[in-house]
Design a protein around this ligand. Sequence first.
Ligand SMILES: [Zn+2]
Length: 108
Amino acid sequence: MARCRWCRRVLPKRAGRGRPKLFCAQKCRQWDWVTRQRAAELDLSENELVIARDQLDALHDELYVLSCAVDDAKRDLAAPGRRSAKELRELVDWLIEAAEALQARNLL
Ligand SMILES: [Zn+2]
């Protein structure tokens, strides 16, 4: 499955010939270019990157919330007894809410 080189979104399958797409949008192509320029200036390798601490902290926070939501869901589902549709709905809503914060990151 081909993904955008910048935002990692899955690229649509391309009908016909031509060079395969590397980016989902022009803005992703631009960000990738800018990043490569900065990496070259800082003499970073392909696998090194610079990220602002607050952005990394925010990502860790969102991953932590998602991890908690997954733990809650597993614990709820492992407990004996039947769940009502409302309880299951709340559980799924909580998982979606936690995941959406990460999903929104792709919409920059
Ligand atoms: Zn993209």
